[in-house]
Design a protein. Structure first.
Length: 142
């Protein structure tokens, strides 16, 4: 009987792992301006910018984080920049407890996400409960 149960668990493991990992991958912002790669680091999920519609400044140099409130970070390149940090999975396709950084205004917000098929619903908010914020739909890049 143990062998039978173990066999079933082994057969189901890839499906369970795929479900838990479905957020991992590349997602295009709803306005098409960037692609963010979500990846797992330890027991949290982060996301970094891997593509920009406008990757350079007017002078041809790489786009930088010039709106950052910390002066010393304003010269860091946007490509490779972590936008999503420390999101934790609940095992049901939802992620919370982290933050999202908006390089357009230099602000950091509380963040939660929910995977709905090939759409990632990303909610940035001023409060942890998510009452004061907005939801963006990001689309999986194949």
């Amino acid at each position: 009987m143990r062998k039978f149960i173990f066999s079933i668990v082994l057969m189901l493991f890839p499906f369970i792992a795929a479900f838990a990992q479905e957020v991992v991958g590349k997602w295009k912002l709803e306005n098409g301006s960037a692609i963010v790669e979500v990846y797992k680091s330890g027991n949290v999920y982060n996301g970094k910018i891997v593509w920009l519609q406008n990757p350079t400044e007017a002078d041809g140099s790489p786009a930088v984080d010039d709106k950052n409130p910390k002066k010393e970070l304003r010269t860091r390149k946007l490509i490779g920049l972590n936008m999503l940090s420390n999101l934790k999975a609940d095992g049901k396709g939802e992620y919370s407890g982290g933050t999202i950084y908006d390089p357009n205004n230099g602000e950091t917000y509380y963040c939660s996400m929910e995977v709905k098929g090939n759409t990632l619903k990303v909610r940035g908010s001023l409060d942890k409960s998510g009452w004061f914020g907005r939801t963006m739909n990001w689309h999986r890049v194949k």
